[in-house]
Design a protein around this ligand. Structure first.
Ligand code: ARG
Ligand code: ZN
Length: 873
């Protein structure tokens, strides 16, 4: 039941125009569709027309106004086949669907009191019979009919062209979208909504009306997203020459939503968590995430909508490129170094883990059972890294010429990854055939680097070897084309000139690794240099080199590349943590390397040019990243060593942290500006170290910060420290007060859930079970599930992996429930269990038993595909 890329066939019929009429009723919505169809040249007379449909009650089927006889069409296996249609005809169908019973949140569903849709990738077939594939593009005219009082606002793609009253207290609106689009970009929203409205004048002078639609209780959370939208529109004009192309652009906030947001033409639909913000309820991190998601969806108007995907295997064509575009936007508008650090940290933990697990797949998969399972970190984040490598290979100006040509040439078409890469090859003159392997080869390449200095010849030889480990279905991996940005540092940290073949390349250059093993020689060096490798994380690889700890400390202080300064710090800390884990296992004293304390003391006392980078440097490698370094993950040693390191840093550098804490208090009105975010970030990191001493005094500081309640960033940071402490006389009242104060706001309650279930102590299990019964929790809402269950299983590793198996059992129970309610979310949530091969024998057995228990259920396609892969072999 898998579908293969190599089986692609072009559609037999094109739809030139789609007319839809919805009579919106929560339990029984009628959908009439009129499709104007034309047979493609390559297909012969009488070629059947095949339409997709799921969970539709079919009421009528007619061709050119004539109802069909039983021998003129067939309905089977979620397909409607019109047997011998004319070359050019009009197909009318009428179906009934039940939006209020739709807990999968795909197609048309009810969220709170509103109707909304999610059609990507294959949700439109749950709305009406249709050739539901991205290479069928039509103009849409949509008429919405609904109750005047309950559904005063009814939105769809494009522009409203007609509206009016109907008998029986109903009204209607007709929307027209002049841009041909695939069905996955269709959207409708209806409900009692209020709007924030603004205007934007495009670079060529087009006046665009911007609207952000929310339920009345959320009108105080709309300003930030509107600002982001305008910033993103301007940025896309400047950075890519892309202009908006309709008279209005609408965003709607919806509470029940499987993903972050969706780029429907002219009518983006957002998970309310990805759009609603104000300082009292929203942390800095959430402000920044919202900014980047608003930009991401807006950027899709060109990278995705105007130029779309031929088939779903090409998903990275639009997602990888659009993530790269939103990352560039963030780098241009926030701290570039911090943004890169955060994106890479996420990629290296979560995407590398995916690449090393049973569901590993290439950036462009070549087969799938359920395409919804492929909205992954590999497609999105690694897909963005591949585009970034391309830009680094061809250079920014050429890249811009390439993107201009790509948008121009393929405007209005549904294309493939090859079309994008070939355009870049054409404008740059570069050979990118080998580079294409990045799209077809799964797994994370491993580079090992040897450096050798020869004092006689004053030469430094750098040898780099690449190897990509086997992944399921791909045993052999030919070498990739890997750009490695690098430089060399002298003994005092000075940047050395890179002389290759008698020619200077400045202090920073890119090596193109294309063979399995390659060497480069740098000349005219007076002493052994320290290499700074993979600057800016120029390729999504694991890189090994035997730096000494002193060399890492040098890089950390002096490298000209901010990302590599941070990375050297992470490597140094990792080395120290490895010693501590070994000591912990041997039952010895777990003592932190003095060098790390010294280096941090230096950091904390250096004049801070970029406080936000400093805050990142003061965070030890996460438990997830430490785990990624181990062949068998030792959950308990990781946790014990890391906690011990934090405690020792706190004790030894108390005065430094205390000074930093007080020096970074702000007394200006809140704004999520890079400077303010940096100060809060640094202050709260410092506070977390102070509290890690276990002393009472810093907890009192946290309590004061919690009670001052200046903004959610500070309140939540303080709450977390209180809730995770052993001082229940401080923690419990804070947790209670917060829960009561915000009981009316589900997005804040999500933070309340997340804070409580990351508590490292064992008693967290009782708390988790209690919260699953809390009235603010519901398995039907994906945000609640992610906040409570998702946070626990992914961010509370010591307790999820408890040897009594309670964490595993709890997750399996939840997944089994979700499988009935929302298959897409079920298949995502099960992920940590599928990684059982990374753990010790005992845990493997426990996890495998839970997966097998899940497998005995009647599984959705989504969950079936993931669980089968995990248990295969
Ligand atoms: N295209 C959306 C985005 O920009 C994601 C839609 C995913 N939908 C889904 N059902 N998996 O990220
Ligand atoms: Zn996207």
């Amino acid at each position: 039941q898998a579908i293969y890329l190599s089986d692609y066939q072009p559609p037999a019929y094109r739809v030139t125009r789609t007319e839809l009429t919805f009579e919106l009723e929560p339990h029984a919505t009628r959908v009439r569709a009129r499709l104007h169809l034309e047979r493609h040249e390559n297909y012969g007379h009488g070629e059947p027309l095949v339409l997709n449909g799921e969970q539709l009650t079919t009421l009528a089927v007619a061709v050119d106004g004539q109802a069909l006889n039983d021998n003129e069409y067939r309905i089977e296996d979620e397909r409607l086949t019109i047997l011998r249609p004319p070359e050019r005809f009009v197909l009318d169908t009428e179906v009934e669907i039940n939006p209020s019973a739709n807990t999968a949140l795909e197609g048309l569903y009810v969220s709170g009191s509103m109707f909304c849709t999610q059609c990507e990738p294959e949700g439109f077939r749950r709305i009406t019979w249709y050739p539901d594939r991205p290479d069928v593009m039509a103009t849409f005219e949509t008429t919405l009919i609904g109750d005047r009082d309950q559904l005063p606002v009814m939105l769809s793609n494009g522009n409203p062209v007609e509206w009016g009253e109907l008998p029986g207290g109903r009204h209607f609106v007709t929307w027209q979208d002049p841009h041909p689009k695939p069905s996955y970009l269709f959207a409708l929203v209806a409900g009692e909504l209020e709007k924030l409205e603004d205007r934007f004048t495009t670079m060529s002078g087009r006046e665009v009306t911007l609207q952000l639609w929310v339920e009345a209780r959320n009108t105080d959370k709309t300003e930030w997203a509107m600002e982001s939208l305008k910033r993103a529109m301007r940025w896309d004009e400047q950075a890519y020459g892309r202009e908006y192309d309709l008279d209005r652009f609408m965003i709607v906030a919806v509470d029940d939503f499987n993903m972050g947001a969706m780029e429907n033409k002219g009518l983006n639909i957002f998970n309310s968590a990805a759009v609603l913000a104000n300082p009292a309820t929203t942390t800095d991190a959430a402000f920044q995430r919202i900014d980047s998601i608003v930009a991401h969806e807006y950027f899709h108007n060109w990278s995705g909508n105007r130029v779309t995907c031929r088939d779903w295997f090409q998903l990275a064509l639009k997602e990888g490129f659009t993530v790269f575009r939103d990352q560039s936007y963030t780098e241009d508008t926030q701290s570039a170094a911090v943004s890169r650090i955060q994106n890479v940290a996420m990629l290296r933990t979560a995407q590398f883990a995916e690449d090393a697990g049973p569901t590993a797949h290439p950036v462009r998969p070549d087969h799938f059972i359920e395409i919804s399972n492929f909205y992954t970190l590999t497609v999105y984040e690694k897909g963005a890294e591949v585009v970034r490598m391309l830009r680094n290979l061809v250079g920014p100006e050429t890249f811009r010429r390439g993107s201009d040509r790509y948008f121009e040439r393929f405007d209005g078409q549904a294309v493939r990854v090859e079309d994008f890469v070939a355009t870049m090859a054409e404008v740059s003159g570069l050979e990118l055939d080998q580079f294409m392997r990045w799209y077809s080869q799964a797994g994370t390449p491993q580079l090992s680097v040897q450096g050798e200095y020869d004092g006689q010849t004053r030469q430094y030889h750098l040898t780099i070897e690449q190897h990509t480990p086997a992944t399921p279905g791909q045993p052999e991996k030919p070498p990739l084309h890997i750009p490695i940005r690098m430089g060399l540092l002298g003994p005092d940290g000075e940047a050395l000139e890179l002389v290759v073949n008698g020619e200077s390349r400045g202090t920073d250059t890119v090596l193109a690794l294309q063979q399995e093993c390659q060497s480069w020689t740098f000349e005219q060096l007076d002493a052994a240099p320290v290499p700074s490798l993979l600057r800016g994380f120029s390729a999504p690889v694991r890189l090994e080199h035997a730096w000494s700890r002193d060399e890492l400390a040098l890089l950390m202080r002096f490298d000209e590349d901010g990302f590599n300064r941070w990375d050297a710090g992470q490597r140094l800390a990792l080395a120290a943590l490895e010693d501590m884990m070994a000591a912990w296992r041997a039952g010895d004293a777990v003592k932190l390397d003095e060098r790390l304390i010294e280096v941090w003391h230096g950091l904390l006392n250096a004049p801070a040019d970029d406080r936000s980078v400093l805050a990142e440097m003061l965070r030890l490698p996460t438990e997830a990243w430490i785990a990624e370094q181990q062949s068998v993950v030792d959950v308990d040693a990781i946790h014990a060593a890391r906690e011990a390191a934090i405690g020792q840093l706190a004790d030894r550098l108390y005065a430094d942290f205390e000074r930093v804490y007080h020096a970074n208090q702000l007394d200006v009105p809140y704004a999520p500006t890079p400077e303010q975010v940096a100060a809060r970030s640094l202050k709260n990191v410092a506070l977390s170290y102070l509290v890690a001493t276990g002393e009472r005094e810093p907890l009192m500081l946290a309590q004061a910060q919690f009670e001052a309640d200046h903004n959610m960033t500070d309140a939540r940071a303080a709450l977390t420290l209180l809730a995770h402490s052993d001082a229940s006389d401080l923690g419990d009242p804070a947790v209670r007060a917060f829960g009561e104060r915000w009981a009316h706001d589900p997005l804040v309650m999500d933070q309340w859930f997340a804070t409580q279930v990351t508590r490292p102590q064992q008693d967290v299990m009782e708390r988790l079970k209690f919260l699953m019964e809390h009235q603010a929790f519901s398995l039907k809402n994906p945000n609640r599930v992610r906040a409570l269950i998702g946070t626990f299983v992914n961010s509370n590793r010591v307790n999820f992996h408890r040897l009594d198996g309670e964490g595993y059992r709890l997750l399996a129970d939840v997944v089994i429930e979700l499988n009935r309610l929302n298959p897409e979310i079920a298949a995502r949530m099960v992920t940590p269990l599928t990684r059982f091969r990374r753990f010790d024998e005992q845990r493997q057995q426990l996890m495998r038993a839970e997966l097998e228990r899940i497998r005995r259920e009647p599984l959705s396609r989504n969950l079936y595909e993931v669980v089968e892969k995990a248990l295969a072999e």
